[in-house]
Design a protein around this ligand. Sequence first.
Ligand code: AHM
Ligand code: MG
Length: 334
Amino acid sequence: MVRHTATSVVTIERFIIEQENLHPEATGQLSGILYDLALAAKMIANKVRSAGLADILGSAGTENVQGETQQKLDIIANEIIVKAMDHGGRLCAMASEESEEIIPIPDHFKQGKYVLLFDPLDGSSNIDVNVPVGTIFSVVQRVTSGGHCTMEDMLQPGHRQVAAGYVIYGSSTMLVYTTGQGAHGFTLDPSIGEFLLSHPDIRIPEHGRYLSVNDAYEQHWTEPVRALMRRYRGLDGKREAMNVRYVGSMVADFHRNLLGGGIFAYPPNAKNPGGKLRVLYECNPLSFICEQAGGAAFDGSERMLDLVPTALHQRTAIYVGSKCDVEIAREMLG
Ligand code: AHM
Ligand code: MG
């Protein structure tokens, strides 16, 4: 890893180039994808910032003062990403939580060797109450050759990801990403419109302080899951109690636990018997980042990144965070 002095200001562009230079064989295509995503993140951040003005500017489905119909913010975020990414010649297809089918790269643009999978605005139901939301992305290399990408290119296990990241639109906007050489965080400086390196080589504490889980589903959990949650809360006397913190916006919960240590859990429940969160758009990218920061991720039966998906919008249970806390889940559920 390239070392920077405490005084040097490192933009995300500089950091990406320096990382690329560590790999003489790199073609720059992946770096290009990351730049374009950083640009899309700035555009989405701008929209999210004015979300609270919806009553003045027009909320989703209503007309604004110019008489234009307002779109929901997650649809706007989806379009921003598609438009920022479709023409660079680096992707052969995309898939989004907001689109039923694969999003092809239009024929008039060059086809590339990578696939981008993303959730444009996770936790968007929280926007009305000013809770942080986020964008999550994952990049894999295509496995088929020639022509358009197919479902085979999309349905790859998480350990094949070549890059993954998230953007959190919180009190400040932060982008955290990995290309498999640690997880690094950048904070958007709004005065110059640049993401600056603020959290190099993030390490998640081995034992965590925070437990993030939606307790409202307790009656629907299996007995082993209930026992696991009692363990985390220190109720079986076998460990110190963790603090419970649940925002209900995965990126916000994950980000806090990544920095402070802890576990985010979304077990299966009656409403979501296979779990709620999406393998390809939410669980795989955050699990890759967590592992790169020294943490772990488990789907209730195996390592999250080894799950072989069979459908684009497949859901799963997830336990992701500090290594020792995920290990307890593995012991009690595996
Ligand atoms: P979304 O993709 O429809 O926004 O849903 C995902 C969100 C996550 O951000 C969050 O962790 C989870 O749903 C909360 O679900 P619940 O309200 O069931 O606890
Ligand atoms: Mg989502």
